[in-house]
Design a protein around this ligand. Structure first.
Ligand code: ZN
Length: 200
């Protein structure tokens, strides 16, 4: 009898473990999603702009999904110095304009925050490259260019056009909302990008 009880208990444990594995697999398996335009705003946080979430007191640190972490781990080695950047996954507050934010760059901290909730895995490289371009811009010029081109911040255009150049180089799709609104990447902005990529 005792032996049978042991068998029964062992069988129950086995079923629980197998069942748990199936449940885990279904929770962590991501359906392939085609790269469509995400409804996110890629933005950055020059630290003098107090409308942006503060590093790190305004950030609610969260664990990324497995595919978010993997996507970031794949792009980091391709970006000069990105291995020494502090990449923080967090729940990010909305931008001052009320739109969702995918990421912020913090040049003074050599850090980037990325949105766990609003950054789909397939767009992680695009946003990581955009935010890294902000850090690289700061490293190159010691400040963010304040110029405006076609109504858009040149700092943001450099980040968008830089991520586009890098995306073409490494085979990542890129989401470039600032550059799209400005009608593309001008020669002047691409000159900045080339200079920054040569410098860092
Ligand atoms: Zn930006």
């Amino acid at each position: 009898m005792r032996m049978r009880d042991l068998f029964a208990a062992a069988l129950l444990i086995l079923l629980a473990v197998v069942g748990g594995s199936f449940l885990q697999a279904s929770l962590t398996t991501q359906a392939p999603v085609p790269p469509v335009e995400p409804e996110v705003e890629m933005t950055s946080a020059p630290l003098h702009d107090h409308e942006e979430p503060a590093y790190t007191s305004d950030l609610v640190i969260m664990e990324p999904s497995e595919c978010q972490a993997t996507a970031l781990a794949n792009v980091i080695p391709r970006l000069s110095g990105a291995g020494s950047v502090t990449w923080v996954w967090a729940a990010l507050p909305a931008t001052p304009r009320g739109t969702k934010a995918a990421g912020y760059a913090y040049a003074d901290h050599n850090a980037v925050s990325l949105s766990v909730q609003d950054l789909p895995c397939e767009w992680v490289p695009s946003v990581a490259m955009h935010e890294w371009m902000h850090l690289a811009t700061w490293e190159t010029y010691g400040e963010y260019p304040e110029a405006i081109e076609h109504g858009e911040s040149v700092t943001e255009l450099i980040a968008d056009c830089g991520s586009q150049v890098l995306g073409e180089r490494f085979g990542y799709p890129t989401y470039t909302n600032y550059a799209d609104r400005a009608g593309g990447c001008s020669e002047a902005v691409l000159d900045h990008v080339a200079h920054i990529l040569e410098t860092v």
